[in-house]
Design a protein around this ligand. Structure first.
Ligand SMILES: NC(=O)c1ccc[n+]([C@@H]2O[C@H](COP(=O)([O-])OP(=O)(O)OC[C@H]3O[C@@H](n4cnc5c(N)ncnc54)[C@H](O)[C@@H]3O)[C@@H](O)[C@H]2O)c1
Length: 256
């Protein structure tokens, strides 16, 4: 008899599930939103501009929102709108984030420092604090935060960014301790260098790409789909005993 595969495989791993991806207009977030949609999820995504969010959403029939994840009222309104449309929220991927200043610690401009802290830390907290109550009401869920290999190790000329990604690990681990017994698994992914606009915008700096490339024993930069695959696994029932981790998706960077 032919192998017809599991119910999950036939219907899509996320059929019937409602998924929110922040920063879903570009790079890892866009690929992740696409991957969830391909697995049958109802997807909502947000980004800073309506144009960016709308373009990504249109391709996969997703709801979309233009907002700044630092704005708690806007995040709350988005989640209300998702629940109004779909009745629940099963998965949230808190992906929106920005790069650091790329200079030694003492030379980081204060406004840059504040901007990366508020986007990468407060933005994730704003999203989590509005996602969690809705998931609790729905009986559980899964949250995947975007940390970084730089959430696990330090790196010169990256203190501001490194600090924010260590903080994302702190939020992830602490919230996992608080909410796992209540049905919400909370994990992070820790990508190495992934070829996205965030990286390409610095490619002109002499030696920048070469130095980054050398960090990866596997011999290449990551692809957005490498990260999306890990996020989908962490968000799925296939990882039902996994919570509070930061999963490296880093070509071996942090193995050394
Ligand atoms: N690219 C990498 O090498 C890499 C490695 C490790 C971790 N990460 C993390 O992965 C996440 C996605 O990175 P990417 O490389 O896909 O970047 P990207 O710049 O391609 O995409 C990030 C998206 O987030 C949006 N965004 C930024 N600030 C926002 C805000 N305040 N509110 C709403 N949306 C906002 C941007 O407009 C953009 O569309 C980030 O958290 C980043 O730190 C990236």
């Amino acid at each position: 008899m032919a192998d017809t595969g599991s119910d999950d495989a036939r219907r899509g791993l996320f059929a019937g599930k409602v998924v929110l991806v922040t920063g879903g207009g570009s790079g890892i977030g866009e690929a992740t939103a696409r991957a969830f949609a391909a697995e049958g999820a109802a997807v909502a995504l947000c980004d800073l501009s309506a144009e960016t969010a709308g373009r990504a959403a249109e391709a996969i029939g997703a709801m979309h929102f233009a907002l700044d994840v630092r704005d708690g009222a806007a995040v709350a309104a988005m989640i209300d709108a998702v629940v109004e449309r779909h009745g629940r929220l099963d998965v949230a991927v808190n992906n929106a984030g920005i790069g650091g200043s790329g200079v030694p610690l003492a030379e980081i401009p204060e406004d840059n420092f504040d901007r990366v802290m508020s986007t990468n830390i407060k933005g994730v907290w704003q999203c989590m604090r509005h996602e969690i109550p809705v998931m609790l009401r729905g009986g559980g869920g899964a949250i995947v935060n975007l940390a970084s290999a730089m959430g696990l190790v330090g790196r010169a000329n990256s203190a501001d960014y490194v600090a924010t990604k260590h903080a994302v690990m702190g939020l992830t681990r602490s919230a996992a301790l608080e909410y796992s017994a209540l049905g919400i698994r909370i994990n992070a992914v820790c990508p190495g260098v992934i070829d996205t606009p965030l990286i390409q915008e610095r490619a002109a700096k002499p030696g920048f790409l070469e130095a980054l490339s050398a960090l990866h024993p596997i011999g290449r930069f990551g692809r957005v789909d490498d990260v999306a695959e890990a996020i989908l696994w962490l968000a799925s029932s296939r990882s039902s005993f996994v919570t509070g981790i930061g999963m490296p998706v880093d070509g071996g960077w942090t193995a050394g």
